[in-house]
Each structure stands twice: as C-alpha cells, then as structure tokens.
Design a protein around this ligand. Structure first.
Ligand SMILES: N[C@@H](CCC(=O)N[C@@H](CS)C(=O)NCC(=O)O)C(=O)O
Length: 218
C-alpha cells in the first residue's frame, strides 16, 4: 500500500490525492503539519516538504508534487484513465500549466509568512508575491476562455486540470478564511470551470481545510 504524507490545506498534496483517486490507486494518508517539530518529512525528504509518496516495496520515497504526478502517470499507465494527453505538444502544455498553478501556490505561501512577520513585514515583498498570484489567476482565466470553459488541454481531463483546480481550491480557501484575495467575483468563467471540477468525487473527497500553526516557523 502506498502512503502519501499530506497536509489538510496543501494544494500540492491535493493534486496527488486527486490523481490517485481518479486512477483508483489505493493509498493511505499520513496527515501532518510540515512546519511542526513532530513532522516526519525530514525523514523522507531533505527539502523537508510534503507531499511525499512512500512505497512499501523498497522503492525510495519520492517528493515534489509535479514529480509525484509524473511518476504516477508514467508508472501506473493502464491503471484507470491516463490523465495525460498523447501528443508531445499537449504534454508540454500540461506541464506549463502545472508550473503556473504551483507558482501561484508558492507565492501565496510566501504571503502568509510575510504577513506573520509583524513589524518586520516587507510590504514590497508582500505586494510582489500578490502580483504573482493575481497574475496567475488572470492567466488561468485566459486559459479557461481559450478552452471554452472545458478541460484545458485538447478537451480531455488531465493533470493540468487537476493542478489548476487544486490551486483554485486553495485560493478559495484563502478567500474564505482570510479575505486577502477576491477572485470568485472577478473571474466568473474561471469560477464556473473550477466549480465543474469541484463537482467531481475526487475533488469533493479532498476539500482543503486550514490548520493552525502552533510553533514559530520564521
Ligand atoms: N514545490 C513543492 C512545494 C511543497 C510545499 O511547499 N509544501 C509545504 C506544505 S503545503 C511544505 O511542506 N512546506 C514546508 C517547508 O517549506 O519547509 C511541491 O510542489 O511539492
């Protein structure tokens, strides 16, 4: 049985969870707070980040969410849907969209930590990160319009949709919990696309939930 080290709000781990659910690959979740001293992440990943996929057959653990997606797509081809288009150009577009979605989540993570710095907060740094988030939301809206609100690459459901959907779910959680962004009203077509994804069982089963950091991180 595979084990995925995950955190409840993590859009990165959510991508891997959704993919494994869609493909029908059984796995168990090990839910952690990667910034707490009790986390097992350093045991498996020198970068001390989750998600981490652990195997029970001697294969070394793997980490980095896009890489885990790639590993699952390649090694479990034939188990459930491919979720990766066949043409090289389409595959490259999928990976470009993954880069965009992950980058927005990275920038939002930096915003959180900057907001936690109190008097030390750099407004310039904060605004720079927020520009990335809003820039990606605008770019995502354009991608969705280009694909007529349907799946992003070649009209077929793929890990590109999973990446964008997990990123939008994370941004929705941020909007609901903290009110620091407002994209739902600004981008109605993007919202419709995201709601279409959230209606899937795999998305419903992996709703992001914020956790509380009780240890000082930075
Ligand atoms: N690029 C990484 C980002 C993963 C990431 O930032 N994970 C967060 C939790 S959502 C984490 O473990 N952070 C701990 C740290 O940065 O030390 C990926 O896609 O897997």
């Amino acid at each position: 049985m595979l084990t995925l080290i995950s955190a409840t709000p993590s859009p990165y781990a959510r991508k891997n969870r959704i993919l494994m659910l869609e493909k029908g690959i059984p796995f168990q979740l090990q839910t952690e707070i990667p910034w707490h001293s009790t986390t097992e992440t350093p045991k498996y990943n020198p970068l001390e980040k989750l998600p981490i996929l652990i195997f029970d057959d001697g294969r070394p653990p793997i980490y980095e969410s896009w890489y885990i997606q790639e590993y699952i797509v390649q090694k479990y081809r034939g188990t459930g849907p491919d979720l990766m288009p066949s043409s090289i150009d389409d595959q490259l577009l999928v990976r470009q969209i993954q880069v965009l979605a992950d980058g927005a989540c990275d920038a939002m993570g930096l915003v959180f930590f900057e907001n936690g710095r109190g008097e030390m907060k750099s407004h310039e740094w904060h605004d720079r990160q927020m520009r990335k988030v809003t820039g990606v939301l605008k770019a995502s809206d354009e991608l969705v319009k280009k694909s007529d609100g349907k799946f992003l690459v070649g009209g077929e459901y793929s890990v590109a949709d999973i990446a964008l959907g997990a990123m939008l779910g994370f941004m929705n959680m941020v909007e609901t919990n903290f009110g620091i962004i407002h994209w739902l009203e600004e981008y109605p077509e993007l919202r419709k696309y995201w709601e279409m994804l959230e209606a899937k069982e795999s998305f419903k089963a992996t709703q992001p939930v914020m956790f509380e950091l009780t240890e000082k991180v930075a």
